[in-house]
Ligand binder design. Sequence first.
Ligand SMILES: C[S@@+](CC[C@H](N)C(=O)[O-])C[C@H]1O[C@@H](n2cnc3c(N)ncnc32)[C@H](O)[C@@H]1O
Length: 231
Amino acid sequence: MPSATSGFTLYGDVPAADAPSGLLGIGHTAVDLPTGRIELLHPRDALDQIYQQNLGKGGDEPPYWAQPWPSGIELARAVSRADVTGARVLELGCGLALPSLAAAQGGARVLATDRAPGALAFAAHNARRNGIRLEVAQCDWSDPWSAIAGAPWDLVLAADVLYLHDGLDALGALLPRLVCGAGEIWLADQGRAPARDFLAACERWATVGTTGTADPEVSVHRLRRGGPLPR
Ligand SMILES: C[S@@+](CC[C@H](N)C(=O)[O-])C[C@H]1O[C@@H](n2cnc3c(N)ncnc32)[C@H](O)[C@@H]1O
């Protein structure tokens, strides 16, 4: 018997998008990481839907959360190579939450957040499906109480969030409130246009270090308040 939750319908514990969102059908992506394989279920034709809605250029944000983006995959790889055992980790704009799943698989205690209910439904489902313990919470950067309530975090993750949208100022104001001391923020980005100015503004309060990834288009930017970044 299906049950409705946050605009989605759960069939058993498998989320399926309600018809009005236009996302129909479930796809599957497997990602092999040093910490193990993660099997992701996700809406199948998200890119088509994103493309159609961008052409329409009106109304709600397209379902960007529903696609496993290259930045999310590379950030998950970076996290899975780090020692995060016992760390308290927050992910912002998690979408399908692959970096969160990688951190939790590596022994961290992780809260994955997004403003899109569909993202949280799939993140929670994929965690259960992979036998990974993960907490999820709704968090819009303009009203980020769930992120701030848990601060300071040891590690804050965000992949592909520096594209052109109306929440960038709120995100820029939020980040310095989330870490202190040795806490770090890792932002993965595939050279989106707003990233350069966003990171330049972050240099007012953080040391910023950038490393490339296996994907030549994706970089991981590490931010730490005051003080150098350890290698
Ligand atoms: C391009 S997607 C990236 C998803 C995922 N991090 C990945 O790399 O696959 C951007 C994500 O940011 C989320 N997002 C956009 N604006 C937001 C806001 N103001 N507050 C919270 N999340 C937001 C979207 O819902 C979406 O999941």
